[in-house]
Write a protein that binds this ligand. Structure first.
Ligand code: PLP
Length: 358
């Protein structure tokens, strides 16, 4: 037997979450965002589970796109940051990848390229995120450049929201207004909505939504009034009890002695730590389950192990299953307590963890 630390991936939950995203935006196509190895879940397997239904996939770079192409995925694929050098325009032509164009240097490469087929381009407009994209003032001119080039086929107009997860902010409405002012008299499909906007801002759905985190069953709107209970967690991170000990009141546990027992305490040692992607910043009290029952982390997380309170579970035994996040413990709960987001937890799961696909 090997170390019992698993990420169990429910491919059907991924498909169900995609269908749910589509049901929220019935008039839109949906680009399933599978960058960063499908947010740490395994892009090849999940893309294959969805390939019969996905309108397109979105990735961050050509390496991620080629991994999918070489595994037999032939759905449309968008490079979300476009080309990083001129050679990638040729690669996009050969491998039939769609490209974002967000800056003048990418536009120059594209207008010089001589692709065999017209390229599909997603023109990115910066409506307030201030990271990538052309200014609203420049965008109509860039659009016409692209339209005039015989090497460019379809042009999609896109933008990205900075604060779509904040229900009380008017930032999303302002970005949408800016986009409408810029794009309303340009003939093109539009794409604005990430997961948060797909869930909370229906007026942003337009022709293409771009859901990411919601496909993995995690809500970007945790704690808001928006109902996201239909999302099904795709990843279950679990391990087992590998030791159990009884400590007296006053004894401390692990590095730094952070947790001191205030009464005689039964402590379980679990084979998972920050070397597996569990956050080292998780405080005492972070929830875990043993055999499906909730208890809490006590003591600092170490690289290969963490320690939990078994006082309420006297029957727990070596080899019992401990869930760290999944259906019983939302990744968002662990993330919030550790001052991060579920995106970072998922993408941080390391290759030492055994991935099982269902
Ligand atoms: C990552 C990404 C998304 C998906 O965002 P989520 O918050 O995970 O839904 C959408 N659009 C772009 C451009 C992205 O980079």
């Amino acid at each position: 037997m090997s170390r019992p630390t698993y990420a169990i991936i429910d491919t059907q939950a991924f498909v169900a979450n995609y269908r749910y995203a589509k049901s929220l935006a019935p008039g839109s196509r949906a680009l399933a965002v599978v960058k960063a190895n499908a947010y740490g879940h395994g892009a090849v397997t999940l893309a294959h589970a969805l390939s019969g239904q996905a309108d397109a996939f979105g990735v961050a770079c050509s390496e991620e796109a080629m991994e999918l192409r070489e595994s037999g995925i032939d759905n449309p694929i968008l490079l979300l940051e476009g080309a990083f050098d001129p050679d990638e325009i040729e690669l996009a032509d050969r491998a039939n990848l769609m490209l974002v164009v967000h800056s003048q240097h990418q536009l120059d490469w594209m207008l010089k390229a001589k692709p065999d087929r017209p390229l599909t381009v997603w023109l990115k407009i910066d409506t307030g995120m201030h990271r990538l994209g052309f200014t609203p003032q420049a965008a109509p001119r860039i659009y016409r450049h692209l339209k005039d080039s015989p090497h460019i086929g379809e042009v999609v107009l896109m933008s990205h929201f900075a604060r779509a997860d904040e229900m009380d902010s008017d930032a999303t409405a302002r970005q949408l207004d800016t986009f409408d002012d810029t794009a309303h008299d340009l003939t093109a499909p539009f794409s604005l909505a990430n997961s948060a906007a797909t869930l909370a801002w229906p007026q942003t759905h337009t022709q293409w939504i771009r859901p990411g985190i919601m496909l993995y069953g995690s809500s970007p709107l945790a704690g808001s009034r928006i109902d996201t209970s239909a999302l099904v967690p795709v990843m279950r991170l679990q391990s087992e009890l590998i030791a159990i000990r009884d400590l007296a009141a006053g004894e401390s546990i692990g590095y730094g002695g952070r947790f001191v027992c205030d009464k005689p305490t039964r402590v379980g040692v679990v084979a998972a730590g920050y070397g597996d992607g569990y956050p080292r910043h998780a405080p005492d009290g972070t929830p875990v389950t043993v055999n499906g029952q909730r208890t809490r982390l006590i003591g600092r997380v170490s690289m290969d192990m963490l320690t939990i309170d078994l006082s309420t579970q006297p029957d727990a035994a070596i080899g019992d299953t401990v869930q760290l996040w999944g259906d019983l413990i939302k990744a968002n709960e662990v993330a919030q307590l550790s001052e991060t987001i579920s995106y970072e937890l998922f993408t941080g799961v390391t290759r030492r963890v055994h991935f099982h696909y269902r």
